[in-house]
Design a binder for this molecule. Sequence first.
Ligand code: IFM
Length: 469
Amino acid sequence: MSDGRDAFPEGFLWGVSTASYQIEGAVAEDGRGPSIWDTFSHQPGKTTNGDTGDIACDGYHRTDSDLDLLSELGVGGYRFSIAWPRIQPDGHGAPNQAGLDYYRRLVDKLLERGIAPLVTLYHWDLPQPLQDKGGWATRDTADLFADYAATVAGALGDRVPRWITLNEPWVASSMGYRSGEHAPGITDPQQYVAAVHHLLLGHGKATAAIRAVTAAGVLPSGRPPEVGITLNMAQIYPADPSRTADRELAADLDADINGVFLDPLTRGAYPARLGPGQAPGPGLIRDGDFATIQAPIDFLGVNYYAPHIVGVREDGIVRRGDTPMPWRPGGVFTQPEHLPVTAMGWLVDPNALHDLLLRVHDDAGEVPLYITENGAACYDYVNPDGTVDDPERVAYLHGHLQAARQAIADGVPLRGYFAWSLMDNFEWAHGYSKRFGLYFVDYGTQRRIAKGSAGWYAEVAKTNSVPSS
Ligand code: IFM
């Protein structure tokens, strides 16, 4: 391109992402049952300021005006998630028709606007009654998830072109069952490894279930819908590549965060580096499980925000910017001074996205990739004239889109990019204190205000290109 912009391949899909519990509110309406996040966020001390998703962005009642934002952005795709407890308040059995109708209306309205829905079936809001029976630490949950997936795909399979089974199973298992920072707030290594295995099984079984109910020809295109999974991935670097201890620590962390889900999906085994207690063992794995988990996928979703740069302080002295790893004596996350950080304290390093995409492509082969989330939390505020400027977010998106473009040029089959997020929303344990949106949400009035990044991203989607510099 000659006008100072760099083009993406024709047909590249531009979109934005959200998730049910983070935006919908209306937690007790139209037959929705409680989820683990309702329970968790209502427990004192679990979220910043005691924030809950009870109201969130009130998205459930504002579907049309929020769809207008998507049209304003000019995106071709919208990734949202379905709240399992709206479909099956008890986590099993006959569906709640009002729940299915709500999402059917949403999908239809998207299609009317020419926006392709990318539907996530599980973005962490497990029905509470299933947690009462053990949640993801219980094998039955994988089967119930597949039943739920079949129910939703049965109702919407003739109009949804792409399905994501799970969002970020590492976060759901590690933060939900190991560190306890997320719902259901459990800190038990055994339940953690069980949750890892059952999430993967649930993904494999749901993939098969969606395919079974959406046989070829169901979509108007005549093609069957595509099914994939979204992993949160971080490129991990040793702080000092010349030191064996740093390299070993980086490899261990890579296995723990990336490999624990990527390896079973791509090569049918947990990473050898993960010892007993760090990965599911023979007590959990049954014959045929890896074949189930390896059900062929049509795409892999990558959520990328930041790299980790890790080192071992053998002298035990923690340096400025270090965050110690409580589980690894001497191990620290470092913050090199040359890299900015976001309002989450996460490093900003677009090159790491480039490196990560090449690595995932290496591991996953020719499977098409989508960046299903990428974005930054910034210290956004409304100016006296009513506008919201977010040059740091624009710089973040710009750098990462240039990195994605370079990865495509280097041979990565990247087919689309979804910015996180359409609008500010409930950022889990951080409540409403962190803002990731292209639209600012004034939670008192529920007014949405386009930030500078919204206009910038609209230009990207319209021209299928990013500024060259
Ligand atoms: O808000 C979350 C989202 O729900 C999952 N991926 C990371 C985002 C930012 O933390």
